[in-house]
Design a protein around this ligand. Structure first.
Ligand SMILES: C[S@@+](CC[C@H](N)C(=O)[O-])C[C@H]1O[C@@H](n2cnc3c(N)ncnc32)[C@H](O)[C@@H]1O
Length: 398
């Protein structure tokens, strides 16, 4: 546990930081964290660990495109049951950590046989904090259910429990510009992971037929102009921890503003057959400040105007609820293969799908199958090398 002296200095004291992400995004999150100059001590499919202060959590929150939460460890202990959990949490000097002029909330990730609902574990943590503050300060702190103020996070696996400050609060995986979601939108953090997986150089054309609410095209434009998610968000949970100095946050924000570029000298193209989808895309792109960087068009994907390659073309088509017969979708997948082969020469093509049967209809041989999850659904992003006519034709799959 952080000692009494240190607990007042969390912004300057190193502890374990765990950054969580959606399953299978951690290789891309790792690239981002390393690019910021941090050394990763452990990684796993839903996150990674490093050492740092609460002040280190500020640039991490503002810069990471693939992350969900940035957690800062306060105490680790053995807890075989809820009574022990309560006792251990009661011992933490919350009066030196949390700003009780607002409210606080508790989140958790629990896998302990004495707990059937995580809400009960959250309640135990809340009770311990409230009881301690009542005893020491004579006030009853307010609690809330959203992540807009201070957030305490419990990770409890079997008999080992960790108490963290969740420095993010509301998830970082949503990037704040998507006011209108559209139909089956891709989570922003996942869109970034898929773009990073393509190895796109951020200076050649990026084409998104079937763009839906525009997430992939908007994230590509944000990446190409070095605009980071922190530019779109003014409230994080670290702001509600005692000792927070707003100059650190504003200095980070100033650096982000300085880095951001206004223009690009290549094309980002986003098309969709639905007029509504393009309207939503345009509005989301405007909120993100990148609408002037994307060429939008309402058309069947096959009529998308593809700039001269090399470049990246990426599809996130519908893939049906279940495996089985999808006659119309089968024809669409076949047409996507034909489109890439005939109109995207010199490009690398990608199709993100959760339906392996439909993927077989594409009719081209994938050079890579990159694993992702979309929510709970096991998905693949298939990669196709679409050689120029004079080079090798894309192989037709048997
Ligand atoms: C799964 S959604 C894409 C979601 C998108 N990635 C996002 O983040 O919002 C699939 C999109 O494909 C579009 N679509 C379906 N058939 C199409 C076609 N033949 N040509 C162009 N777009 C099509 C739909 O209108 C829908 O917006």
């Amino acid at each position: 546990m952080l000692t009494s002296q240190i607990i007042m200095q969390v912004f300057h004291t190193k502890s374990k930081i765990v950054i969580t992400c959606n399953k299978r995004l951690s290789p891309y999150l790792q690239q981002e964290v390393e690019a910021l100059g941090y050394k990763i001590t452990r990684s796993f499919s839903t996150g990674l660990e490093l050492e740092g202060t609460l002040n280190d959590c500020i640039p991490l929150n503002l810069n990471l495109r693939c992350a969900s939460q940035v957690l800062y460890l306060i105490k680790s202990f053995e807890a075989e049951n809820p009574a022990r959990l309560y006792k251990e949490v009661l011992e933490i000097e919350w009066e030196k950590l949390l700003d009780f002029t607002g409210y606080f909330s508790v989140s958790s990730n629990v896998d302990n046989e004495t707990i059937t609902t995580p809400l009960f574990a959250n309640l135990k943590v809340k009770d311990a904090i409230v009881d301690r503050i009542k005893e020491i300060k004579g006030i009853r702190p307010d609690t809330g259910s959203d992540g807009n103020k201070a957030v305490v996070h419990l990770y409890w696996k079997e008999e080992k429990a960790d108490i963290f400050i969740d420095t993010s609060g509301e998830t970082l995986a949503k990037h704040g510009y998507r006011k209108i979601p559209g139909k089956a939108p891709m989570l922003e953090a996942l869109a970034c992971g898929t773009i990073m997986a393509t190895g796109w150089d951020k200076k050649s054309p990026f084409v998104v037929p079937m763009c839906g609410s525009g997430t992939l095209a908007i994230e590509a434009a944000l990446m190409a102009t070095d605009k980071f998610p922190g530019l779109f968000r003014m409230n994080y949970s670290f702001m509600h921890i005692l000792g927070y100095q707003e100059e650190v946050f504003f200095e980070e924000r100033r650096k982000l503003k300085e880095k951001a570029k206004k223009d690009i000298d290549f094309k980002i193209v986003a098309t969709d057959i639905s007029e509504d989808a393009i309207d939503i895309s345009k509005r989301n792109a405007k909120t993100a400040g990148v609408d002037h960087l994307i060429d939008f068009d309402v058309c069947d994907f096959a009529d998308t105007e593809v700039p001269e390659g090399p470049g990246v073309v990426i599809f996130n088509p519908e893939y049906g609820e279940r495996l089985g017969v999808h006659t119309k979708l089968e024809a669409t997948y076949k047409r996507m293969g034909d489109f890439m082969k005939s109109k995207c020469k010199g490009y690398r093509g990608y199709i993100f799908t959760g339906n392996p049967d439909l993927a077989k209809k594409i009719g081209l041989k994938a050079s890579r199958r990159i694993e992702f999850y979309n929510g709970k659904l096991d998905c693949r992003m298939l990669e196709y090398e679409l050689y120029e006519g004079s080079k090798r034709e894309p192989k037709i799959s048997e």
